[in-house]
Design a protein around this ligand. Sequence first.
Ligand SMILES: [Fe+2]
Ligand SMILES: [Fe+2]
Length: 259
Amino acid sequence: MNILFIGDVMGRAGRGLLKGYLKDLKQEYQSDFTIVNGENASGYTGLSRSSYDELISAGADMITMGNHVWAKKEIFTYIEQVDNLLRPANYFAPCPGRGWQVVRVNKTVRIGVVNLSGTVGMDNLENPFLTFDKIYENLENACDIIIVDFHAEATSEKIAFSYYASGRASAVLGTHTHVQTADERILAGGTAAITDVGMTGPYEGVIGIDKDIIIKSFKTKRPVKFELAGGRRQINGVSMTFDNNFKPSKIERIYRLYD
Ligand SMILES: [Fe+2]
Ligand SMILES: [Fe+2]
């Protein structure tokens, strides 16, 4: 069983890359199930219904989100109407949508996908560690493989969570910083982990935004209007392989550049 995970898709550039190349990547990595973080796919924040449709037709089987989940207001309603779009599970109840889901892949394998937000340098949501404990009670006997998208700022929180969930989650994949880390590994408990998967979109900006605009913002500390960076583009992701006992045997970083 191979699972492909694509890091935060940024704007039109990111959507265009998936439209052009995701099917090839799925073929190359023999992906049975593909998860895409879509929190920046419309403009540079949020996910409109039309961008959601684009990601699904590009080949995403499940879309996870993050702190920008509510940026496009229409998601408040359509998140209830689709069955493959998750928002962080640790938003306070009541909250539209759902934070975890189980899907059946290749008819027999039950994959649970969980979306959580960190709380260090982020919104102060429910504790993600304790939220995972509660979700795991539902997933423990209902899943063969559990994949967590842990959307967080602090490397410490992401690494701590990966150890905390080791032996329960099959993979803990960090998102949100848009910068891929080189620490992919399989923890002793049988959990594939990486601190940040990275971003899919512009390569020559500042985490996706035009670099001159961001430099001006840092220099002047006055409000600026964000625009996506031009130039070369990147697809960031990881591919994971699970053995017949559903334990991870391989996690491989993907970092591709395109003109
Ligand atoms: Fe992001
Ligand atoms: Fe984020």
